[in-house]
Design a protein around this ligand. Structure first.
Ligand SMILES: [Zn+2]
Length: 85
């Protein structure tokens, strides 16, 4: 694994549902996209996580006050909670 440094990503609050690119915890590539099905009425929304490099995919639930960044955080927690090295 190339020692890629984890850097803080500053994410602006946006209203649009543009997919964001994150670093994949599985392959380390910056190929992880998260998209949210934005249903304004829903209390819980589903964020779809997908890596274009290693085909890792998952879904996490977020509340309507949370954003893609929160989805990513939850996904990371879930990933490391499930996969033990
Ligand atoms: Zn990956």
């Amino acid at each position: 694994m190339g020692g890629r440094r984890r850097k803080k990503v500053i994410v602006k609050k946006v209203k649009k549902t543009l997919p964001k690119i994150f670093v994949c915890p599985n392959c380390g590539g910056k190929n992880l996209t998260i998209s949210i099905n934005k249903e304004e009425n829903e209390e819980v929304r589903v964020a779809i996580v997908k890596c274009g490099r290693c085909n890792l995919s998952d879904t996490v639930e977020i509340t309507k006050v949370e954003d893609i960044v929160d989805a990513y955080g939850k996904f990371i927690d879930k990933y490391y909670g499930v996969v033990k090295k």
